[in-house]
Design a protein around this ligand. Structure first.
Ligand SMILES: NC(=O)c1ccc[n+]([C@@H]2O[C@H](COP(=O)([O-])OP(=O)(O)OC[C@H]3O[C@@H](n4cnc5c(N)ncnc54)[C@H](OP(=O)(O)O)[C@@H]3O)[C@@H](O)[C@H]2O)c1
Length: 302
């Protein structure tokens, strides 16, 4: 198959690129809105909000399947510019869905209110209360309206060795600060983008196409505070050559009210993964094991 990976320069896009080497039976075409000069592969410039450009690109490149890793992911900026977020997270997704190619699209736990206390199932009622969540939910609806055969995978707390994310920020803050407050009353499941890329390949390689909405994160739950402690401990074990290099920052558990969030964050982001495990016959790694793998990859670059 000819597989188009949009948003190839993002966290998930880069992990799809890494993993594509293990699936050489397909031809991969990578695209993004901005083409980085130092990319290890050819990335085609393609703004997915440009419907005509999308349809001619898919036709000319004979694309059979699209994995949409492109998105407007800045939760705070989306509050100020919901129109742009909607263009990228919904209108553009509809452009991709209209091409006639099969599509695997990625969505988010932000479609839910975050007020539950048991893991969200795929058919639980959505109630986004941020601009980002509203635009991502609009994207799901827009896609299913033009391409009912789509696969949509909702995920949460995504990180990788590429791009900006919580893991890299906590390493940097841990090294530069002596004290750090991190919230303990928001609970979720961190997701290593490489593991999400693996399940996307499981869906691509499945003997049958299983359209529908799925939930995927790594196994286990934690708070942002727990996650930070694990990141710092792993950093000190793997990367610090001496006590001088070690992260010695004192991390304090704080409540969400004590942190000046511009946008409300969900208190509960845990997703029920039974459907994706049963449908594709996959086992999912615990978040702490997945973090170990990512930290090993990150620390080898330090
Ligand atoms: N990050 C998380 O914690 C998280 C959580 C749950 C779900 N998700 C979902 O997971 C998916 C992957 O997220 P990610 O963290 O890998 O995202 P990311 O790192 O922000 O990557 C998104 C990529 O899409 C590109 N893009 C933006 N506008 C575009 C356009 N008009 N045309 C083409 N490409 C465009 C971005 O380019 P620029 O950087 O130049 O804008 C970026 O390279 C997204 O659907 C996201 O909503 C993410």
């Amino acid at each position: 198959m000819n597989i188009l990976i949009t948003g190839a320069n993002g966290q998930l896009g880069n992990e799809m690129r890494i993993l594509s080497a293990e699936h050489p039976q397909h031809t991969y075409i990578f695209s993004d809105v901005i083409v980085p000069e130092d990319s290890p592969v050819t990335i085609h410039p393609l703004d997915i909000t440009d419907g005509e450009a999308v349809s001619s690109f898919v036709r000319e490149q004979n694309i059979d399947l699209i994995v949409n890793c492109a998105a407007y992911t800045n939760v705070d900026k989306a509050e100020d510019d919901e129109a742009t977020a909607l263009k990228i997270n919904a209108d553009a997704v509809s452009n991709l869905g209209r091409t006639g190619a099969k599509i695997i699209h990625v969505s988010t736990d932000y479609v839910f209110s975050g007020e539950a206390c048991v893991p969200y199932r795929e058919d639980d009622p959505v109630a986004p209360n941020t601009a980002y969540g509203r635009t991502k939910y609009a994207g799901e609806k827009a896609l299913l309206a033009v391409c009912p055969d789509a696969i949509i995978i909702r995920t949460a707390w995504l990180y990788s060795e590429f791009g900006k994310n919580f893991v890299k920020t906590m390493i940097q803050l841990g090294k530069s600060k002596t004290e750090l407050g991190v919230v303990y009353d928001q609970i979720g499941s961190p997701t290593y983008a490489l593991d999400l890329a693996e399940v996307i390949f499981a869906a691509i390689e499945a003997p049958e196409w299983h359209a529908g909405i799925y939930h995927f994160t790594n196994e286990g739950v934690c708070s942002w505070y727990d996650f930070t402690i694990a990141i710092h401990q792993m950093y000190n074990t793997m990367a610090a050559d001496s006590y001088d290099d070690a992260i010695t920052c004192n991390v304090r558990p704080i409540r969400s009210e004590e942190y000046a969030y511009r946008t409300p964050r969900p208190h509960y982001s845990v997703l029920d993964k039974a459907k994706i495990k049963n449908t594709f016959g996959i086992a999912i790694e615990h978040w702490a094991d997945a973090l170990t793998t990512c930290m090993l990859n990150l620390c080898s670059d330090l």
